[in-house]
Design a protein around this ligand. Structure first.
Ligand code: PAF
Length: 282
């Protein structure tokens, strides 16, 4: 695996690779890699001839300073994992390399209503930060395909909007959320949980499953209310939202029976760690 720290050097190198008709798959990450990331790398390997992974903890997408400061960093282990899984290139830029003019002068993207619902309400500026870095990374790497996980469902819709406008020729692939044996969605932030919080954290998935299983028997308010109780009664300290939305638009629904595909989503805090998860409900 070749490690690049400079955007221009990586860009030049990948231009040469692409000119040989080699397809490039790209997996952008913030490091602290887990099996979910490795699954994305493996999917990229199956579908493309050359795989690039980036590790960059993007300061522009953290609305909470402590979350940024405490974001897990496991770079040596990440490099080992990427090498074991035959990643061709790792891009490991500094903040200055990505934001030479600093993070106060960000580009603004029109994300429409996606910036006024769910995650966007609780994490102001988060998706603008995501768009800035993803746009920048896609311009550097210029892959044929880029791979994301479904756990950050709203992010996948936001990036879809970004890509329709600015990168229409790149294909976006969204892979199913990988889960631990007890159902907890894999996430780098899980590394921050104490042992006891880790055991309780599965409640967020149980709450989403409760919604899925009880859709035929309960009304919307009961489903959301009882799912929230499952989360709180199992040791979470605060819930940002438990919502049932149309899976395509992500708009919260008022009537469960008027939508073909639904998705249940939740965001809640345990041990001061904010976890999110979602589950499709057909
Ligand atoms: O999903 C993530 O890890 C990040 O939001 C991403 C897409 C790498 C942008 O920083």
């Amino acid at each position: 695996m070749i490690v690049f720290k400079k955007a221009q050097a990586l860009h030049n190198y990948l231009e040469k690779i692409a000119s040989k008709n080699v397809s490039i798959g790209f997996v952008p990450t913030m490091g602290a890699l887990h099996k979910g990331h490795i699954e994305l790398i493996n999917r990229a390997k199956q579908q493309c001839n050359f795989v690039v992974c980036s590790i960059f903890i993007n300061p522009a997408q953290f609305n909470n300073k402590t979350d940024f400061e405490k974001y897990p960093v496991t770079i040596e282990n990440d490099i080992l994992l990427l090498e074991e899984n035959e990643t061709d290139v790792l891009f490991l830029p500094s903040v200055n390399e990505i934001y030479p003019e600093g993070t106060n002068v960000l580009q603004h993207y029109n994300l429409g209503y996606l910036e006024n619902i769910l995650e966007a309400l609780y994490r102001p500026g988060h998706f603008q930060g995501v768009c800035n870095v993803v746009d920048h990374l896609l311009n550097i790497v210029k892959p044929q395909k880029v791979f994301f996980g479904q756990k950050d469902y709203q992010q996948t819709l936001v990036v879809k909007v970004l890509m329709q406008h600015f990168h229409p020729r790149i294909k976006m692939i969204v892979e199913e959320t990988m889960r631990e044996n007890d159902g907890l969605a894999m996430s780098s932030r899980n590394m921050r949980l104490s042992n006891s919080a880790r055991k309780k954290a599965t409640a967020i998935y149980q709450a989403l499953q409760f919604i899925k299983q009880n859709i035929p028997n309960k009304n919307l308010d009961e489903l959301k209310h009882e799912a929230a109780s499952i989360i709180i009664n199992n040791g979470f300290s605060k819930i940002d939202y438990v919502e049932i939305c149309d899976a395509e638009s992500l708009l919260p629904v008022n009537d469960l029976h008027q939508h073909k595909n639904l998705i249940a989503l939740a965001a809640a805090f345990i041990d001061d760690v904010r976890l999110i998860d979602n589950l499709f409900i057909n």
